[in-house]
Ligand binder design. Structure first.
Ligand SMILES: [Zn+2]
Ligand SMILES: [Zn+2]
Length: 343
């Protein structure tokens, strides 16, 4: 008699499935993520053969207005996909006048049931007879971003990145939506911004984000201001940022054996487990041991990030998956997630 298979429902909290890299075969990518059936990945055991990881949910960050709208559209098309709206720091200089305001209006309309926004973000008060078709209809907007600071690519002047980043943080505060924060070669700058912006906020308490008295229809607020995704800071920064209320997203970096990444692994070992999220940053940053073997990264490889964090912390993969999935559900206010893969 064989033991029953245990399913491990993963959440990929950062997957750019709204980018062109996935345009041709997104249905297949989502289907195999949900089923956990991906030959290149199944051939490498995550734990023992009786465990079958699958992706219960994935959050699609935006990089500009167009990908924000695409993220909303994907969240309408696929049960497992959730949307974010924002402008990536590397796209900060490319944004057209009005793009940010459109994103702002989309986020505000999403949390206020009485307001609708069209594809340009133009807002209309709901009127049963108006027939307004909104990109928000049926969409699942759960976050603002991605936003942040990037000195590695240096695609936009730093002061432009910073100004736009602060607008995203403000919008997160106004809407109660968690902010997806990107930081590359800019962790000290980020540290200063977070300490300054959240200095007066009590950590991780839902009451920090009370419903605004003039917007009584706002959806329940996230218990946290957001997540620092693809964490690349020091163990000290990991602890400081979780104390400010943030979650930390770990992805490919934590799996790379190179000494350069040792500090990130140490941060994943010491950070509070109830603040850790798994992510791919797909199509980028494929985790070890698949790095260089997959054409592009896909949500299901979060299983290998879970495996690495389990090793670092002396836990089972199942424990890490259970806890990180719970964390993601808490942060993004997911409805009940599937506990079994699709066939
Ligand atoms: Zn990023
Ligand atoms: Zn990203």
């Amino acid at each position: 008699m064989s033991a029953p298979v245990r399913f491990l429902p993963l959440v990929d909290t950062h997957a750019h499935l709204n980018l062109d890299a996935f345009a041709a075969d997104l249905d297949d990518v989502v289907a195999r993520s949900r089923s956990g059936r991906f030959p290149e990945i199944r051939g490498r055991r995550v734990e023992d053969a009786l465990f079958r990881p699958f992706v219960a949910a994935a959050v699609c960050p935006a990089v500009d207005l167009e990908s924000s709208l695409r993220s909303l559209e994907l969240s309408r098309r696929f049960d497992a996909l959730y949307a974010a709206v924002g402008i990536h720091p590397n796209h900060a200089a490319l944004a057209e006048p009005g793009d940010w305001e459109a994103i702002e209006r989309l986020a505000l309309a999403a949390v206020d049931g009485d307001v609708k926004a069209d594809a340009t973000g133009a807002v209309n008060a709901t009127d049963a007879n108006s027939g307004v078709s909104s990109p928000l209809d049926g969409a699942k907007l759960v976050a603002v971003g991605e936003t942040g600071l990037d000195r590695y690519w240096d695609d936009a002047p730093f002061d432009v990145q910073l100004a736009l980043f602060l607008k995203h943080l403000e919008l997160g505060r106004r809407t109660g939506l968690p902010v997806l924060i990107h930081s590359r070669d800019a962790n000290d700058d980020l540290d200063a911004v977070l300490r300054d912006f959240y200095a007066d906020a009590a950590p991780a308490d839902a009451s920090v984000f009370p419903n605004s008295p003039d917007s009584p229809n706002l959806t329940p607020k996230s218990p946290s201001p957001g997540v620092v995704h693809s964490f690349s800071g020091t163990p000290e920064q990991a602890l400081a940022w979780t104390e400010l209320g943030f979650y930390l997203g770990f992805g490919g970096f934590v799996t790379y054996p190179n000494r350069k990444f040792a500090e990130i692994a140490e941060a994943a070992r010491v950070a509070p487990l109830d603040r850790i999220l798994l992510e791919t940053d797909a199509p980028f940053l494929t985790p070890h041991p698949l790095r260089g073997k997959l054409e592009r990264n896909e949500p299901l490889t979060t299983a290998f990030v879970a495996k690495r964090i389990a090793e670092l912390r002396g836990l089972s993969v199942a424990d890490v998956v259970r806890q990180t999935t719970e964390n993601a559900a808490r942060l993004f206010r997911f409805p009940t997630l599937p506990t079994e893969p699709t066939p």
